[in-house]
Unconditional design. Sequence first.
Length: 175
Amino acid sequence: MVSLPEELQAREAAARRRVEELQAETAELAIRLEEAREDLSRLEITRETVAQVLAELSAAETEPHDATGRVPEANESATPHGVGVMMVPPWREGLVVAVLPDVYRDIVEIIADAPGPLQAKQVVPRTGLPTTTGKIEGTRGKLKRLLERGWLDEDAPGQFTLARQGPGRDRVNSQ
């Protein structure tokens, strides 16, 4: 006959083994999840790049004439190099955040909802991405693009806030 303390020790050992097995499975799933997120990120970037290239090609095919009305020769480009689809348009009066691609819109909304300036490493987890170096750097690039196009301001290096655009937004206590 087995004593109660021995039975409890056996059950505790079995439970400990089960916890260790589940922790190992969790670690494996976390690795697989990160790999799947990286694959998704690469596919999104590829899709955006392909859409941009196709838009440039489509624009070149639909406008075969240059400004003078002549057809460019075979070695000439119908559109200048570097001209293509601008995914983040420059901010101007009357432009709403809805014109931005989803990722950029999310970033602007996160910055707008923040009580103060945010860094890229603070924005990344709020977008649902893992806080890996690659995701932080990618987000920093998006923040800089939004800054260049007038959607955001950079109060101090790496500290992003919503841009102070429009009448009265650049003054404290403007109401």
